[in-house]
Design a protein around this ligand. Structure first.
Ligand SMILES: Nc1ncnc2c1ncn2[C@@H]1O[C@H](COP(=O)(O)OP(=O)(O)O)[C@@H](O)[C@H]1O
Ligand SMILES: CC(=O)N[C@@H](CCC(=O)OP(=O)(O)O)C(=O)O
Length: 290
């Protein structure tokens, strides 16, 4: 065989390795929490859009829940407003809630739709106010501090999400909610993603972050944990191996599993095509919780 033919065979082998996974996951729902570097860097953004398009074209049902914390902070800074975080949640006064809605729903959601439509995938962006998708309430802080208009989701009404999916649109969901008094709530995107995945009874929930996955030593990528059970994850939190921002993320993973999601994946969004590598290869690329 010539070198060109050998390369062709290698490409075919990659496709063949994916067959059992395509068979297993066709027709199932995959919720993707999109954020971090993969949302800021243009080349990575393109890779994520391609991956999501690929999932859709081969018959999976992707649903996107996106973040945008850095972009909200940047606009607030331009307005001369400092961002204040309380245990990872942005203190949200009325003006900040409006800015969060504008950035998340007005800019990021619509741009994702534009990028998906450009590769031939129908997409529609909504936030939790549309169709009363996120029935929310003010989030109470465990230590009694006031978080302002930070919301938590009491219930996800999946009617609109399902309607879009049934009509072959990828729902792109911004983490904004409302209550019966008409307040606008800013909701942490990880929490929103796990609530959506639970309500849809998703096969998979994928978190894109800026580290390799969950590690035994957070500064040593070689210590990546490839598979994690619920009980192991709890003991890693208790022993302090999982710390900082990875605590709420892991809690969201556990919450989704409890709500019936079959597996949850924490992936490095800095690696191009990490979604495809995780779902369609034997060795995966990040951490899978199940
Ligand atoms: N055991 C661990 N494995 C991986 N990351 C960890 C671990 N413990 C703490 N972390 C920290 O959690 C961070 C990821 O959480 P966070 O910054 O909130 O993610 P994101 O901004 O993507 O939502 C990592 O940058 C890392 O410093
Ligand atoms: C209450 C709260 O903190 N909301 C987040 C919502 C966006 C988000 O979660 O974005 P990332 O996933 O990129 O962090 C915020 O205002 O930053």
């Amino acid at each position: 065989m010539t070198e060109r033919q050998e390369n062709g065979v290698k490409k075919a082998q990659v496709l063949i390795e994916a067959i059992p996974y395509i068979r297993k996951f066709r027709g199932t729902t995959v919720v993707i929490k999109y954020g971090g570097s993969a949302m800021v860097d243009n080349a990575l953004k393109k890779a994520v859009i391609t991956d999501i398009a690929m999932l859709k074209f081969i018959g999976l049902k992707p649903v996107i829940v996106h973040g945008g914390g850095k972009e909200i902070s940047a606009l607030l800074a331009k307005m001369g407003k400092e961002s204040v975080f309380i245990d990872g949640l942005r203190y949200t006064d009325k003006e900040t809630a409006d800015v969060a809605e504008m950035v998340l729903s007005g800019t990021i959601g619509k741009n994702l739709v534009k990028d998906l439509e450009a590769v031939g995938i129908h997409a529609c962006s909504i936030n939790g106010k549309d169709g009363s998708t996120f029935i929310s309430k003010k989030k109470e802080d465990k230590k009694g501090r006031d978080l302002g208009f930070v919301g938590e989701i009491e219930k996800v009404d999946i009617t609109l999400i399902k309607t879009l999916m049934d009509a072959d649109f990828i729902p792109v969901i911004s983490p904004i909610g409302t209550d019966s008094d008409g307040n606008t709530y800013n909701i942490n995107a990880d929490y929103a993603a796990s609530s959506v995945a639970g309500a849809l009874n998703a096969q998979k929930l994928v978190f894109m972050t800026d580290v390799d996955g969950i590690m035994k030593d957070k500064d040593d990528p070689e210590s990546l944990i490839k598979k994690l059970s619920e009980s192991e994850a709890i003991s890693l939190i208790e022993s302090g191996v999982i710390s900082g921002g990875m605590i709420p993320k892991t809690e969201c993973c556990l919450d989704a599993l409890k709500k019936g999601v079959k597996s949850v994946h924490v992936l490095d969004g800095r690696i191009p095509h990490s979604i495809l590598l995780e779902i369609f290869t034997e060795e995966g690329i990040g951490t899978m919780l199940l």
